[in-house]
Design a protein around this ligand. Sequence first.
Ligand SMILES: C[S@@+](CC[C@H](N)C(=O)[O-])C[C@H]1O[C@@H](n2cnc3c(N)ncnc32)[C@H](O)[C@@H]1O
Length: 213
Amino acid sequence: MDYKKVNAYIEGLYTKKKQFQKQYLQDTELEEYGQVIDDDVARMLQVLILSARPQRVLEIGTSVGYSTVMMANAIKQYGGKITTIELDEETARQARINFERQGVDELIEIIVGDARTIVAGMRQKFDFIFQDVGEKSLYVKMIDDYLALLNTGGILAAEDVLFPVFDFNDDDSYLKPMQKSLDMFNKKISECSQFESTLLPIGDGLIVAVKKY
Ligand SMILES: C[S@@+](CC[C@H](N)C(=O)[O-])C[C@H]1O[C@@H](n2cnc3c(N)ncnc32)[C@H](O)[C@@H]1O
């Protein structure tokens, strides 16, 4: 199969819907921020959310809130809440502005700080966790946290998990150190007896895992 052709065909189907991401980022005043998810990952998150209807969603790594808004647009159709965690204050400020602009601020609580520390202190349970934190070494370190925080039947989705097979160019060489820990993460999730999972070649690789009954 010619994957370039397949990808171009699929993305061609969604050209009109993709205008939203372009406009969202154009309206974002902050100039530097963590890269947001690709449109195919946004679509997958919306499909997962609309089918599983999670009441409580946790996102780790907000950036300027594009993925948060895409999830909120699905959640507002049935009622639910998102808690999202961002380390950088300025980025979090911009995310809040974007949430208000998109009319979804009432569905979202943003917590500013280090995800590892914040998650370790959390007591409430979640039905859906989206892991997209910039510090990729946290993915594998937080596996026990996902299991503790997720309700049975809850979903973990984690982005960028195909970094281990990417040949990064010089501009992206800072991503290389993350390859090893993401490979460890993928192996642990795929072998974990408490998760049923699969890895989708969309975005930069999205692993989707359900906490087993
Ligand atoms: C890839 S971006 C998130 C993109 C966002 N999910 C989207 O698609 O719109 C990763 C974000 O994680 C944040 N981050 C990095 N280390 C963190 C940490 N230890 N705790 C919380 N956030 C962190 C970065 O500041 C960055 O904004």
